[in-house]
Design a protein around this ligand. Structure first.
Ligand code: NAD
Ligand code: LMR
Length: 338
């Protein structure tokens, strides 16, 4: 009896809405671009996160299937799917955290900046939705080129009168994840015990690992430092070439995105000493955006840390990073202020 089935589906929906509203102490999280290479594993991992009570999956394609699939996982978060621009507002209303991996990835031979023409418009439209429907949400931007898409987001929020620099973060966590892995490999350590700060931005020479500030303290020969810096800066390209046209990093990125989103949620919950690297509005250098360590708290970014002591190799890297970043930031700002 199809009518009976429909009634049951309605009851199920009412019950899950009721559960989402009730006792659960978690947060409301939306993923924009949830059906993509990053979006799918990211959605799965966020469904497993005990700090999430409601998970909204939005994309312009395939969300009904991804949502149905993920909703069968017996974890706490209530999952809802949203398809296409006419459902964007419902996807965003009431969200505490919005994670954005929407947009096209690189193919071999492309730079991240080659994605600008397509992804800039996607990020702009999605940020207009955020400004309208959840202006107080923490926003994690993954869409490339991050060095330009974060400035675009800031301009959109400024135009809408909702800009809060404490709530806008470009996700550079994958650079830290790679740095920890590659350094651990060279030194024969467990990657879980290594923490390398990576500052600057998220493309080529703007990715600046500060190996001199590694925890636990370790020393490197100049050959080791040069090899590691280059491998960390080219980690994305290494994956793009290995995938040979099938896209860029998705699984390690989903892992890194969840590590970062979880830190944002722990900050919102009020945990002390939640510190991660991210590309954020900044006064640490003369540039308006820069990646460095930030402390996350109830309001988003509670503190942006200065870069700390650097060796000569890192200081030279910083000058190169700033030069390229200045252009990428300006490109984003001028696109969004048109
Ligand atoms: P993908 O093509 O597999 O997935 C992208 C998804 O975005 C698709 O499902 C697509 O339908 C969706 N999408 C397109 N336009 C949209 C819109 N207007 N609204 C909502 N969704 C939309 O790509 P991917 O491999 O998941 O990568 C996504 C983005 O993340 C790329 O720009 C990539 O360069 C970037 N990326 C960033 C990092 C980082 O460290 N920040 C790491 C890896 C990838
Ligand atoms: C990465 O670092 O893996 C991403 O930015 C994707 C890319 O294009 O390299």
């Amino acid at each position: 009896n199809p009518h009976k089935l429909q009634m049951e589906a309605k009851t199920v929906l009412e019950r899950s809405n009721c559960r989402a509203k009730g006792g659960s102490p978690g947060f409301n999280v939306a993923i924009l671009g949830a059906s993509g290479g990053i979006g799918q594993p990211l959605s799965m991992l966020m469904k497993m996160n005990p700090l999430v009570s409601v998970l909204h999956l939005y994309d312009v394609a395939n969300t009904p299937g991804v949502t149905s699939d993920i909703s069968h996982m017996d974890t706490g978060a209530v999952v809802r799917g949203f398809l296409g621009p006419q459902q964007l507002e419902n996807a965003l209303t009431g969200m505490d955290l919005v994670i954005m991996p929407a947009g096209v990835p690189r193919k071999p031979g492309m730079t991240r900046d080659d994605l600008f023409n397509i992804n800039a418009g996607i990020v702009k439209t999605l940020c207009e939705g955020i400004a309208k429907c959840c202006p107080k949400a923490i926003v994690n931007i993954i869409s490339n080129p991050v060095n330009s898409t974060v400035p675009i987001a800031a301009e959109v929020f400024k135009k809408a009168g909702t800009y809060d620099p404490k709530r806008l973060l470009g996700v550079t966590m994958l650079d830290v994840v790679r740095a920890n892995t590659f350094v651990a490999e060279v030194l024969g350590l467990d990657p879980r015990e290594v923490d390398v700060p990576v500052v600057g931005g998220h493309a080529g020479v703007t990715i600046l690992p500060l190996l001199s500030q590694i925890k636990p303290p370790c020393s490197f020969t100049s050959e080791e430092a040069a090899y590691l810096t280059s491998r960390i800066q080219n980690g994305g390209t290494e994956v793009v070439e290995a995938k040979a046209g099938a896209g860029s990093a998705t699984l390690s990125m989903a892992y890194a995105a969840v590590k970062f989103a979880d830190a944002c949620l722990r900050g919102l919950r009020g945990d002390a000493d939640v510190i991660k690297c991210a590309f954020v509005p900044s006064v640490v250098t003369e540039l308006p955006f820069f990646a460095s360590k930030v402390r996350l708290g109830r309001n988003g970014i509670e503190e942006v840390y200065t870069l700390g002591p650097m060796n000569e190799f890192e200081r030279a890297g910083l000058e190169m990073a700033k030069k390229e970043l200045a252009g990428s930031i300006e490109k984003g700002v001028s696109f969004a202020s048109k």
